[in-house]
Design a protein around this ligand. Structure first.
Ligand code: HEC
Ligand code: HEC
Ligand code: HEC
Ligand code: HEC
Ligand code: HEC
Ligand code: HEC
Ligand code: HEC
Length: 484
């Protein structure tokens, strides 16, 4: 017992000695310092930005990049941006917007010096998409970019043009449904997705202005039902599009210029963008070589059910078997993937890309307001084929910096045309840079997406029995069609 008690005493005394012994404190302090250092090192090495670089290395790099803070100093601003620390490996958005000149913030906004995701992103424009129409004027539409040119007709005011185009206003669709159901007395468009007006001279059938379509219509009315239609994902304001194969796309300028695959998967190198989660563009890239699939992500909705105000599901579409990327799929697949059994097409309509026939002014608008797609659309079969009595209309390229030459350069096919070449011109005087005359009766066309060269057959000199006046495709399809 005593011994035990003594031992206990001894033990207590020993503990006191231990605590009072100066080197013990030193030992504890060292230990604490050691753990604190360890914690700092741990948290440093586990800082998210380090992890993104590590993930990038594990996913992509043949030679790993060092795990360090990266600053991009775009020549345009001279101010360092740290975005690429986490977004290391992200593709240049386009040859016209190289990262070393533009950086990221000029388009996206955000805090250039933040290394913390939330702070870096807090002040971004348009979330994912700086080209969403709500913010396009502040990002794409900055002066000397795609807006702010003094001449109100300036073709470089792309943002202003797009905001007034039927693809954004949806004026034709709205007017068509309201008129058919007796909600308005005439088929003339009154409303758009947003109010727009045109201060320049307006020539029929252009409209002076559109009112904003009732945002809060009386419930039970046709207009209330139409909100479902307008949210259905078929115009440039809607974002995001329906998460469905064949319908993935961005909104605003990105709806056309930022290509999404049919399966909506990202195939680029930025490790922060999920690769297994559909709903991203193929790569961080803007292009004017827009494949037909991109346009079809809207122009592919099948039949509209006027009872439910919804597009019927396209159950006839095959599963997305193979990504389309920027290339045309093998012949035949396109017809099945995109077109309805009742549709009729000539060979060129399902062989060329939409942008090979439909011009920049049709797609982005000409700065004026139109009330229906029929008023806005003007390229015809005869634009390329002429008629039995006439050749297609042409014009000569005069200046190395005119629009047609710039379009060829931006598309990556600058070599196709040069000053002095004779190219096809539309009835409105827009030049089709991709079709040139190489002999009195010979025209060649370059596919803007695949780069393939076609001979454009002329109606003149052929056995074509068309009447020479009618230009609706329905009429031509009576004798010229490919069947699905
Ligand atoms: C700390 C790392 C980090 C930094 C710094 C950073 N980002 Fe990000 N960013 C991410 C991650 C991670 C995601 C993916 C977020 C998600 O999936 O929710 C992302 C997503 C984005 C997106 C897509 C947003 C969306 O809603 O889908 C954009 C655009 C973007 N970043 C731009 C920028 C810009 C511009 C900067 C610089 C101002 C920047 N980021 C700085 C990590 C970072
Ligand atoms: C010319 C304007 C422009 C520049 C410059 C630009 N981006 Fe983007 N970026 C866009 C557009 C437009 C989109 C939206 C695409 C969409 O809606 O799918 C986008 C999308 C993104 C996304 C989201 C992609 C996804 O699928 O989730 C990230 C991340 C991003 N950008 C980061 C950056 C970084 C980092 C930089 C600088 C190195 C940069 N961007 C430079 C225009 C730009
Ligand atoms: C409905 C599809 C569509 C939308 C939306 C769209 N574009 Fe275009 N864009 C085109 C087509 C088609 C071309 C012509 C490409 C060609 O002929 O080489 C084009 C060409 C361009 C060009 C090349 C120069 C020119 O004037 O032809 C620029 C720059 C451009 N677009 C910017 C924009 C901007 C900025 C936005 C958003 C405000 C936008 N685009 C929205 C389809 C679209
Ligand atoms: C975001 C969805 C969307 C995308 C993407 C889209 N369109 Fe459209 N498009 C529309 C809507 C909406 C209309 C107008 C419907 C109406 O009001 O009648 C339209 C109308 C048109 C018209 C007839 C009117 C006109 O402006 O000439 C053409 C031609 C056209 N689109 C071509 C294209 C081409 C080419 C592309 C791809 C480069 C494309 N569209 C991509 C939604 C879209
Ligand atoms: C932008 C120019 C362009 C426009 C517009 C155009 N085509 Fe074509 N068309 C072509 C090209 C290029 C070919 C050659 C295709 C080939 O050789 O495979 C072609 C071929 C044809 C042929 C002969 C091939 C065949 O056997 O079917 C017919 C017929 C034809 N087009 C009818 C039409 C009709 C009808 C329209 C209007 C709906 C039209 N084209 C609009 C460029 C155009
Ligand atoms: C009543 C029938 C008929 C109609 C309608 C018709 N075509 Fe034709 N077309 C023909 C025949 C027959 C030929 C000569 C046989 C051939 O080359 O396929 C021909 C030849 C052509 C060719 C030359 C094809 C080549 O390979 O050399 C073109 C281009 C063409 N038609 C365009 C059109 C366009 C555009 C329309 C509508 C505006 C149209 N055709 C309407 C019957 C028609
Ligand atoms: C070979 C040239 C050619 C190609 C390729 C082409 N179109 Fe057209 N498109 C025309 C012509 C010509 C018209 C006007 C004649 C007509 O509709 O009767 C037209 C009319 C249209 C219209 C307005 C008329 C309507 O009835 O809706 C839209 C929208 C349209 N095209 C969208 C597209 C889309 C989207 C693509 C790609 C998937 C495409 N086009 C491919 C030549 C073409």
């Amino acid at each position: 017992m005593n011994q035990n008690g003594n031992e206990g005493n001894k033990g207590n005394k020993g503990k006191r000695d231990f605590l009072y012994f100066p080197s013990t404190w030193f030992f504890i302090a060292t230990l604490a310092l050691f753990f604190a250092t360890l914690a700092i090192v741990w948290s440093e090495s586990h800082q998210p930005w380090r992890e993104w670089i590590a993930r990038y290395n594990s996913q992509n790099a043949v030679t790993p990049v060092p795990i360090e803070i990266r600053a991009l100093v775009p020549t345009q601003t001279g101010k360092p941006e740290l975005c690429v620390t986490c977004h290391v490996g992200i593709e240049d958005i386009s040859a016209s917007h190289p990262a070393e000149t533009f950086g990221c913030v000029v388009c996206h906004g955000g805090q250039p010096r933040a290394l913390d995701q939330d702070r870096a992103h807090a002040t971004m424009r348009g979330g994912r998409n700086p080209s969403a129409l709500e913010v396009a004027a502040q990002s794409c539409g900055q002066a000397n970019c795609h807006g702010g040119y003094a001449d109100p007709d300036a073709e470089r005011n792309h943002v202003d043009r797009v905001l007034k185009s039927v693809q954004a206003t949806y004026a034709g669709g709205i007017a068509h449904v309201r008129f058919s159901f007796g909600a308005q007395k005439s088929p003339t468009a009154l409303f758009g997705n947003r109010a727009v007006s045109d201060a320049t001279q307006v020539l029929s059938p252009q409209l002076r202005a559109l009112e904003m379509f009732p945002a809060n219509p009386v419930s039970g009315t046709l207009d209330a039902k139409m909100i479902a239609c307008l949210n259905g994902g078929c115009h440039l304001w809607t974002t995001p599009a329906k998460p469905q194969a064949y319908q993935y796309r961005g909104s605003g300028c990105a709806a056309c210029h930022y290509v999404y695959a049919d399966d909506g998967l990202y195939r680029g190198k930025d490790a922060t963008i999920a690769r297994d989660q559909p709903g991203h563009g193929v790569a961080h890239q803007l292009t004017t070589a827009i494949p037909f699939s991109q346009c079809n992500h809207c122009h592919n909705r099948g039949n509209y059910d006027l009872r439910t105000m919804q597009f019927d599901r396209r159950d006839d579409l095959p599963p997305v078997a193979r990504p389309l990327s920027a290339q045309m799929p093998p012949e035949g697949r396109r017809l099945i993937e995109y077109y309805q059994p009742i549709g009729e097409f000539t060979k060129c309509e399902v062989e060329l890309n939409c942008v090979d026939c439909h011009t920049a002014q049709e797609a982005m608008g000409d700065g004026h307001i139109y009330g229906s797609k029929k008023d806005a659309q003007y390229v015809q079969c005869q634009t390329c084929h002429g008629t039995p009595a006439s050749k297609p209309q042409t014009a000569i390229i005069k200046d190395a910096n005119e629009l047609a030459m710039r379009q060829a350069r931006i598309n990556g096919h600058a070599e196709f045309i040069k000053v002095g070449d004779q190219v096809i011109a539309t009835a409105r005087g827009e030049l089709l840079w991709s079709i040139k005359q190489i002999a009195p009766n010979k025209f060649v066309q370059i596919d803007k997406v695949s780069g393939k060269i076609y001979n454009v057959p002329l109606a003149q000199g052929s056995q074509c029995t068309q009447d020479g006046k009618t230009q609706t495709s329905d009429y031509c399809h009576e004798c010229h069609k490919v069947v699905r």
